[in-house]
Design a protein around this ligand. Structure first.
Ligand code: 5GP
Length: 218
């Protein structure tokens, strides 16, 4: 992950394990723009997913995704390297388990941008660190018509791909209730503020805090 080290969000006198922010939204709901706008604050690490889909113009391997061949993806899957994986719009996507766990243990917050099936897998994880860390958020786009407009404006998909993504969006949108938080998408600024409010509240949860021992130098 080619990102600057995140600023510590540790409260003085306490340790808290990292929070695993899971963000899902139908394609075109403004999720990647939200993600980009969240990044500059540098108080979390974005987990770069693996995918078998081809890079879009401008996408950088290792920053946007790790672009893998189907064989490589299959090998990693067979070795149990994925915390979750799913087939989305005809391609495979997956989150590498160890890089997420390592950061959570170190007290660093991690953001996953994954689909509804992947989020379901994470929610069902038996790993106590993951279970403790999870805070999942769904972004509901204003309407399917607005979603179509945004996808067309983005211009990175063919009409056929847009139709497929809209079909998937309709079924994904029904699953908002499974998430702890729901943001009804408005302007980018509004979405950003709402997501920031969720991050703040999650960081203040008492149950996440462990007092440092009195002689601790932290
Ligand atoms: P895109 O191809 O537009 O970048 O992403 C398509 C969808 O795949 C998005 O909904 C995105 O959240 C989802 N996605 C990206 N990475 C992962 C991943 O690692 N796991 C899962 N389950 N979904 C992912």
């Amino acid at each position: 992950m080619n990102q600057p080290p995140p600023r510590s969000a540790q409260p003085p006198g306490f340790f808290r394990q990292g929070i695993l922010f899971v963000l899902s939204a139908p394609s075109g709901a403004g999720k990647s723009t939200l993600r980009e706008n969240l990044r500059p604050k540098g108080d979390f690490v974005y987990s770069v997913s693996c995918t078998t889909r081809a890079p879009r113009p401008g996408e950088v391997d290792g920053e946007d995704y790790r672009f893998l061949t189907a064989d490589d993806f299959g090998t990693r899957l067979a070795h149990g390297q994925f915390l979750e994986h799913a087939q989305v719009h005809g391609h495979f996507y997956g989150t590498l388990r160890e890089s997420v766990l390592e950061r959570l243990r170190a007290g660093v917050d991690v953001l996953l941008d994954i689909d509804v099936k992947g989020a379901e897998t994470v929610r069902g994880s038996n790993d106590p660190i993951i279970r403790e860390a999870l805070a999942d958020v769904f972004i509901v786009p204003p309407s399917l018509a607005e979603l179509r407009r945004r996808l067309q404006k983005r211009g990175t998909e063919t009409d056929e791909q847009i139709n497929r993504r809209l079909q998937d969006a309709a079924s994904e949108m029904e699953r908002w209730r499974e998430y702890r938080y729901t943001i009804i998408s408005g302007t980018m600024e509004e979405d950003l503020q709402k997501f920031r409010a969720i991050m703040k509240a999650e960081r203040y949860l008492s149950r996440r805090l462990t007092p440092n021992p009195p002689d601790s130098t932290h």
